[in-house]
Each structure stands twice: as structure tokens, then as C-alpha cells.
Design a binder for this molecule. Structure first.
Ligand SMILES: [Zn+2]
Ligand SMILES: [Zn+2]
Length: 138
């Protein structure tokens, strides 16, 4: 699958966002992305960042996941990674294996669906946080 045709039709800001996300190792919120990009794009507005991210999502280039705090975190679709997330401290541990990829291939074929990405996350308490939970909550 070639993305050259897709990326050539992007606006300058959309390109900048893609290039910025390529350099990141972990997902970023639209707000943080805006702050980072403002240093090189003085006239960029937060609404433009949100709009650009929506367009990039619809083109299958960017994906979002919701953090424990309820904030959307954006990353490139190529960064296929699942996590185990602690609800208390927000720590997320990457999961190496993906049991969903095979199912995705099946769905692509049986539904003729153009699937861009899937998400899979596990939520709970990490080892240190399990010790901190008061007895009264159990
Ligand atoms: Zn924790
Ligand atoms: Zn997966």
C-alpha cells in the first residue's frame, strides 16, 4: 500500500503534523501538538490542528486513542501498538503481541471494509498502585 498519493494532497499544516508525529515515540494530545507546532507555525490555530487531525484520521494516516483522563491522544497509524493501562497512575505498558491482526484481515475480506486500524487496550491497576488502594474501596 502506497501512501505517496495520499500525502501529496495534504495541506501544509497537515503535512507538518504528519512529519511531527513521525518523530514522536508516544501519542500526543491535540493541545500539546498545537503548542509544539506553534514554534515553527506562528499563525497556526488550535481549531486548525483539530481539523487537520480529523482529515488525517479519515485518510487512514492518523489514529486516536483516549487516555485515562479522557483526552484524545494522536499517533501515526503505522505505530501499531497495544497497551496495558493503569487507571490510577496512567502508566501504559506496551503489549508486544497482537491477537487482532488475523481477525482484521478476515473482516477486510468478508465485509469488503477498508480497515485503517484497530485498538485494543487493557485497563486496571499496576503493581505499585495495587498496594496503594485503600481497603475500603475493595
Ligand atoms: Zn499505576
Ligand atoms: Zn493490533
Amino acid at each position: 500500500m502506497s501512501s505517496i498519493g495520499v500525502t501529496s494532497r495534504l495541506t501544509r499544516y497537515q503535512q507538518s503534523i504528519l512529519e511531527f508525529l513521525e518523530k514522536l515515540e508516544s501519542p500526543i494530545s491535540a493541545q500539546d501538538l498545537y503548542v509544539q507546532l506553534r514554534s515553527s507555525h506562528q499563525r497556526l490555530g488550535l481549531a486548525t490542528v483539530y481539523r487537520a487531525l480529523e482529515v488525517l484520521k479519515l485518510r487512514g494516516l492518523v489514529q486516536s486513542r483516549t487516555s485515562v483522563k479522557g483526552e484524545s491522544q494522536y499517533s501515526l497509524v503505522q505505530q501499531h501498538q497495544h497497551h496495558v493501562v493503569c487507571l490510577q497512575c496512567g502508566k501504559s505498558i506496551p503489549v508486544e503481541a497482537c491477537p487482532v491482526c488475523e481477525l482484521e484481515t478476515q473482516l477486510r475480506q468478508s465485509l469488503s471494509f477498508k480497515i485503517y486500524y484497530h485498538t485494543l487496550e487493557f485497563f486496571g491497576l499496576c503493581a505499585p498502585c495495587q498496594l496503594e488502594v485503600p481497603q475500603s474501596l475493595e
